[in-house]
Design a protein around this ligand. Structure first.
Ligand SMILES: Cc1cc2nc3c(=O)[nH]c(=O)nc-3n(C[C@H](O)[C@H](O)[C@H](O)COP(=O)(O)O)c2cc1C
Length: 252
């Protein structure tokens, strides 16, 4: 077996815990945890999202049927999402359902140590009342934060996803970044094994929630790291792109 394969297999195991002194983590040294959400300027433009009380009318499907019919969808109709539909997808993937302490959130998805180390950027293409561009979900406030817009976004994102054009042909593209320090604060170098496990839960919830509203999603793991980080204005070290998924109504 080549050395790289051996190393990567080793990474998948939880052996890292055996060789790491957990008394050195930020948490065990008494340092405050990194914020549960990236800060943003007080004057930033935000949009309030409908909450769970608005979701009842959107979904009328039993879980077994959703699980049976879930597929990766790469062809989308031109139909826009309503704000409530987008809010539902965001809530299903990162929504805060409980705040047991000032720095701790429990959400619709599980997370190792409840660290929730992701931010959700959205390329909004066709969402009623939402300007085309890059937005960020604020789980603590359940609002959308406008990040930026510039010409040619759809093509640039698709190109950064190695030419997969369908990535920007849905109503929106979910782009999940990771801030490893949030997880490292608790787990040190054991953080990096659980982060991709966490990401899987988030994307699976998107698949199921999308299916529940007659939409579809497709997980995207193939992309140009540097190009996508640059495009989304991430520093590439403290925060970088991890996973994406276009989502949109299915074609009839
Ligand atoms: C981690 C991961 C990465 C993936 N990356 C891509 C991708 O870059 N492009 C793509 O078209 N599909 C991608 N997929 C979707 C898979 O191809 C798809 O899940 C698989 O073919 C099984 O089909 P199903 O999801 O419809 O059951 C990815 C799926 C996962 C879980």
């Amino acid at each position: 077996m080549d050395e790289l394969t051996r190393l990567h297999r080793e990474f998948l195991k939880d052996s890292v815990r055996l060789g790491f002194d957990f008394s050195t983590t930020g948490q065990n040294r008494g340092l405050p945890p990194p914020p549960a959400q990236k800060p943003y300027p007080a004057a930033a433009r935000t949009v309030a999202l409908p909450g769970p009380e608005a979701f009842g009318g959107l979904v009328d499907a039993p879980l077994i049927a959703l699980l049976k019919s879930r597929r990766s969808v790469r062809r989308f109709s031109d139909e826009a999402f309503s704000l409530a539909e987008l809010a539902f997808l965001l809530w299903a993937t990162q929504g805060v359902t409980s705040r047991p302490g000032p720095a701790v959130t429990l959400r619709t998805v599980p997370s190792a140590g409840a660290r929730h180390a992701f931010e959700t950027y959205l390329y909004c293409r066709r969402v009623e009342g939402v300007e085309e561009g890059i937005w960020r979900y604020l789980p603590l406030e359940h609002r959308l934060l406008f990040e930026f817009s510039e010409p040619g976004l759809a093509l640039r994102i698709a190109t950064a996803c190695l030419g997969q054009r369908f990535v920007t042909q849905g109503a929106a593209t979910f782009c999940w970044s990771v801030l490893p320090a949030r997880m490292e604060w608790r787990y040190g170098p054991a953080a990096h094994r659980v982060l991709p496990l966490d990401a899987g839960h988030v994307c699976q919830n998107l698949y199921l929630a999308a299916e529940a509203i007659g939409a579809g999603a497709c997980a995207i793991g193939a992309y140009d790291q540097r190009a996508l980080d640059k495009l989304l204005r991430l520093d590439g070290e403290e925060e970088f792109m991890l996973y994406l998924a276009p989502v949109g109504k299915k074609q009839a």
